[in-house]
Write a protein that binds this ligand. Sequence first.
Ligand code: ADP
Ligand code: GLC
Length: 484
Amino acid sequence: MHVLLAASELHPYSKTGGLADAVGSLGRALARSGVRVTVVTPFYRGMASRMGPVTGTPWRFDLLLGGEWVEGEFMRVREESGMEVWFVRNDPFFDRPGLYNEGQHDYADNAARFLFLARAALLVARHAAVPVEVVHAHDWQVGMLPLLVHHARIAGGWHGAPRTLFTIHNLAYQGGFASQAWLLSGLPWSWYHLESAAHGGGVNFLKAGLCLADALSTVSPRYAREICTPEFGCGLDGVLRRREHDLCGILNGVDYAEWNTTRNPALPHAYDSADLRGKALNKAALQREMGLAEDASVPLFGNVSRLTDQKGCDLLAQALERMLPGERMQFALLGSGDPVLERSFRSLAARFPGRVAARIGFDPGLAHRIEAASDFYVMPSRFEPCGLNQLYSLRYGAIPVVRATGGLADSVVDARDDAASATGIHFHEASVTALHWAMRKALALHASPEAMEHYRLNGMNRDFSWETQAREYVRLYGEILHGP
Ligand code: ADP
Ligand code: GLC
């Protein structure tokens, strides 16, 4: 089977969040299992140093984009796993400081940049030496790709066109633009309607994928159900309800070759579930690194996150305001995003020195060290399609305290549901009071070493490897191609 994955981020070349991890790990796991995998993704600034040698001569192409010919180039890299990556190069579009924005401002030409990507992916699919059977597009940036394939199949005489799967990693980001953006697609206006990309008077890239992919998936079974409701549907729940039978949820996995506690260059001390002494040493090392008071017995909460409304970081800052004056605890944060949230965490760190540390920025190594050092990992998300950090923290022995939503509810077991297999603490309401309650519950748990060990070992021994999850995708591709 030959599958083409299209995405705007691919770890380790480019990353702003979990999309990069998910697409990279899925592609490699598929390739290792014998699927032929081609990934199409942009060539952003600074990527050359992270890439292996480019094979063959670059393939140049031109696309008529909104009345103007735009030149591009594919650079191919074949990875050890067998996965082949086709980097789409167009320096005016992608050689920029950010992937999508600078500061808080989205690039004004994002519609053109990502339609260029989607149309380049269509070229690769159409001209592949070995025919592509499934085109698997991820998130709004390539939401138009299933529509482009559908159009080529129906109106462009592409017999044997591949089937398409569209995966929603986050319904909140939709790629909404003025209707003029349609011109960039190269498709006739007769294809612009409410059953394709038209939405709220403009073009919606994500909706095109939702309407026209042969099948839809998202990154946890619970989120698949949630997005069909008005509460989580971000205005597209009606479209999703109509396609409910074509929609499924497959939980993301973890790349344990990277996210492990025994052979990890980012961690000063190795440990595993049989010997946790290294975890205590990592805690002391992190306390020194981040300027927290060095104390083995104080409960340490950690969080690594995009600072956005989705992640509930405002609830976290307020819960900490309530708790810090009276409780014996520490908190370590790594994140960046909303300037208001950045300020609240900086202010907490300034007012509670030695007890709160806030590192504003993006630092993959520190992300590993926070997971390894923490006793508890807090994720109070308002919604969470899957969430990777709680999966990492399970393996790292940081007990997750999570809001019971989306992939968090699907991957963390609360004692009220199953005491023997409990791995973390759930709370339900998206409120400061509910989070405060859950964090106090964590403090009570910390007071009992046996209970801590029970949760920790349950979590560390869970297996969320991509090998298992990739098999679910292979099954789904098979269904899309041959029926259930
Ligand atoms: P999302 O994709 O919604 O941001 P996920 O939990 O799926 O959430 O994935 C987030 C990924 O991004 C994780 O690999 C996490 O470690 C990483 N990450 C988020 N913020 C930072 C940061 N400031 N520094 C380093 N890594 C980060
Ligand atoms: C999104 C979601 C996150 C998910 C990630 C990878 O960014 O917010 O929950 O884990 O994609 O699928």
